[in-house]
Design a protein around this ligand. Structure first.
Ligand SMILES: [Zn+2]
Length: 416
């Protein structure tokens, strides 16, 4: 195992990046990364950090933050990397003998030739995420094959930073943690349709409801059948799908402008899409698997909010929650053809990654991101979770990750 440190120095909205051009046989050759290097015998990560930053840049670090632990696996090599950032340093910048140093505006970093997995932790640095541990596996073609993400949290459910900034919202996404179900459903199963004891599922809804501050009688659960149908819901729908029967069917997205009514959708690989309109106080939640994505349930939802609540897409805050990642989502040629008929050629290049025998890996969150942008939602208003449910099936329910033997998670969104 190799131990390394990597540091992103930040000044005036820019990161100091090293374009690695000078070292023969460098695995990072021609890539852009932060500064850092290998731990020497007897060195702590922090000692290594201060030494490497000084040797490569001439800057003396005064303070720094330990942001995450990254485990890289490529071939038979495993590298444990301590990730730091710093805004507090002094000294004269010098010429680096491993490449060219350049201050790059934060918003341009993701457009540089960088490792696919680096995008994941750079987004987390940029978004001031809490401490995290991330494992990134690459194959010999430098393709990401696995990404296991764990974030430091004292909760057994997730919330989203962009939605947390809106004080009148409740937002949550469940994990496998905190419920009373057993076996393949353990512990927090929020699906009534996967064979688990319904009393336990109901208890789980009550438990998570207490934690997020929502009564089960105030929840309304969509009736998901992989449609692109959207429906406005109100007080009359309270409790439907949880404590009483629904008056509707085949609805994969629900929306409301009423307070005290919690929208709920079910997930286990398919993307949850959250929408909040802070101007008109309206919200929507959608379930977007490959059918919903190719059929653009995102657009139907945004159109529905426009028609019902006067929403301007430019005002929308949106989240693409945990979903199956490109590295885990193989699709056949028929499904790829459907995506080719709904996305442009350049969009398909970004979301369909060719494999053997006419198969592809589909980037489901990426395809939903494109749908959101094409609806007029601003990129800076979209949060992408980066958690792959399949890679993280130890703490997330995943249909693919479990071979279909699984429980389900739920997305929650409510106006207080
Ligand atoms: Zn994955």
């Amino acid at each position: 195992m190799i131990n390394t440190v990597l540091c992103y120095l930040e000044k005036d909205g820019k990161y100091l990046m090293l374009h690695r051009t000078k070292k023969e046989g460098d695995i990072n050759r021609d890539k852009w990364i932060g500064v850092g290097g290998k731990l020497e015998e007897g060195e702590s990560p922090e000692q290594c950090l201060v030494r490497e930053v000084y040797e490569e840049t001439g800057y003396q670090l005064v303070s720094w933050s330990f942001r995450g632990l990254i485990t890289f696996v490529y071939g038979d090599i495993t590298e444990q990397m301590y990730l730091f950032s710093s805004t507090d340093f002094f000294g004269e910048e010098k010429i680096c003998d491993e490449g060219d140093l350049e201050w790059v505006p934060k918003e341009d970093i993701l457009n540089l030739p960088i490792w696919e997995g680096d995008r994941i932790f750079l987004r987390r640095l940029r978004d001031h995420s809490p401490f995290f541990s991330l494992a990134l596996h690459y194959d010999r073609d430098e393709r990401l094959t696995k990404r296991i993400l764990h974030e430091e949290s004292d909760k057994d459910y997730l919330t989203f930073r962009k939605l947390n900034t809106i004080p009148w919202l409740v937002n949550a996404f469940s994990t496998r943690r905190g419920g009373v179900s057993e076996g393949r459903y353990a512990r927090m199963n929020l699906s009534f349709t996967v064979g688990d004891d319904p009393d336990r599922v109901f208890s789980n809804f009550r438990i998570i409801g207490e934690k997020i501050g929502v009564r089960t009688e105030d929840m309304v659960l969509a009736h998901q059948t992989h449609t692109t149908n959207v429906m406005p819901v109100g007080k009359a729908h309270r409790g439907m799908g949880i404590v009483k029967d629904r008056s509707f069917c085949d609805i994969d997205a629900i929306m409301t402008a009423e307070s005290g009514l919690c929208l709920v959708t079910s997930h286990a690989d398919c993307a949850p899409l959250y929408f909040a309109d802070p101007v008109n106080h309206a919200i929507a939640l959608a379930h977007s698997g490959w059918k919903g994505t190719a059929g653009n349930i995102c657009k139907n939802t945004v159109d529905g909010m426009q028609n019902n609540y006067g929403t301007d897409p430019k005002d929308l805050i949106a989240v693409i929650g945990p979903a199956i990642g490109a590295e885990c989502y193989e699709i056949g040629p028929e499904v790829a053809d459907i995506f080719r008929s709904s996305y442009s050629r350049s969009e398909c290049e970004a979301i369909l990654r060719p494999k053997d025998k006419g198969k592809y890996d589909l980037d489901l969150p990426g395809a939903n991101f494109i749908n959101m942008i094409n609806c007029g939602i601003l990129p800076e208003n979209i949060e992408v979770s980066d958690i792959c449910t399949c890679c993280c099936h130890d703490w997330m329910h995943s249909h693919r990750g479990s071979g279909g033997k699984r429980g389900g998670m739920a997305a929650f969104l409510m106006i207080r």
